[in-house]
Design a protein around this ligand. Structure first.
Ligand SMILES: O=C(O)CCC(=O)C(=O)O
Length: 261
């Protein structure tokens, strides 16, 4: 049974724009479970963070990745017969954490060639006041391979990585030239998700409110056509000695969580 209403329209938007807004993909139970799990992390003291690989430890994030229907949703939207898990990440911007997450593409940071999808799930209402993500629609299809860069703890640009690598080009100043591009953000309700391509240029606003939280849970997936591409120090933390370069991106470390049989 298909989980995604209007699947053909959704797929077409994802294909042409590189991002699509999916409404209400979480059950109330998962919403509460994930919120509580993030709150346990907030209790540790940080108010603005992007913790990675939460699913490695037993608990709510691992359960969600392995037992919810998220893999099927990814496969449906991507038009893939399978989806494997790369890693997950929680993005918290508590009220008053105003720093913008700079414009970037995700793919150069990961050892994957071919299609990657992120599902960014809102656990609070999200809009331009409390940290909505922004996308340069269609940029995933430009064929532009933007150079990865190092950021500080708050996501500010520090310096380029792979500076001598001719495969990359430096990123234009999207912020300065906003009017030149088709830039969009999506107002989200808790339980909504944005499915977006690993090559789309995106950023996230800061949380300018004094009262409204912004908890997001992002999971990165490889889908049909994605292969292992362990190329440099930037992607090293996701290297898997159990895979060989060029093979389908799936292994014990990066399990296939959905297959349409
Ligand atoms: O949620 C955020 O603040 C940033 C998210 C992001 O850039 C991503 O998921 O790639």
């Amino acid at each position: 049974m298909t989980l995604t209403p209007d699947l053909e329209t959704v797929r077409a938007s994802y294909r042409t724009e590189g991002v699509v807004h999916l409404k209400g993909i979480l059950t109330d139970e998962w919403l509460e479970t994930l919120r509580a799990a993030i709150d346990a992390e907030v209790q540790k003291g940080d108010r603005y963070f992007a913790y990675k690989n939460m699913r490695k430890e037993p608990g709510a994030f691992q359960d969600f990745c392995l037992t919810s229907d998220i893999g099927q949703r990814v496969a449906e939207v991507a038009g893939s017969s399978w989806a494997s898990l790369i890693y997950d990440q929680i993005f918290v911007k508590e009220p008053g954490t105003k720093t913008q997450t700079g414009w970037h593409t995700d793919q150069p940071y990961w050892p994957v060639k071919g299609p990657i999808m992120t599902m960014w799930i809102a656990l609070d209402p999200v809009d331009e006041d409390n940290g909505a993500l922004e996308f340069v629609r269609g940029s995933h299809a430009w064929g532009a391979n933007y150079r990865p860069f190092k950021t500080d703890q708050l996501g500010g640009f520090l310096h380029y990585l792979e500076e001598d690598n001719p495969d990359y080009i430096d990123m234009p100043d999207f912020e300065a030239d906003r009017e030149k591009y088709d830039i969009a953000h999506y107002n989200m309700d808790p339980g909504d998700a944005l499915a977006f391509d690993g090559m789309i240029v995106h950023s996230a606003m800061g949380n300018r409110t004094s009262t409204r939280r912004r908890r997001g849970y992002a999971i990165r997936f490889a889908v049909d056509g994605a292969t292992y591409n362990p190329r440099d120090s930037v992607t090293e933390w996701l290297h898997d000695p159990g895979m060989t370069a060029g093979q389908v991106f799936a292994s014990d470390t990066f399990p296939v969580i959905y297959r349409n049989v």
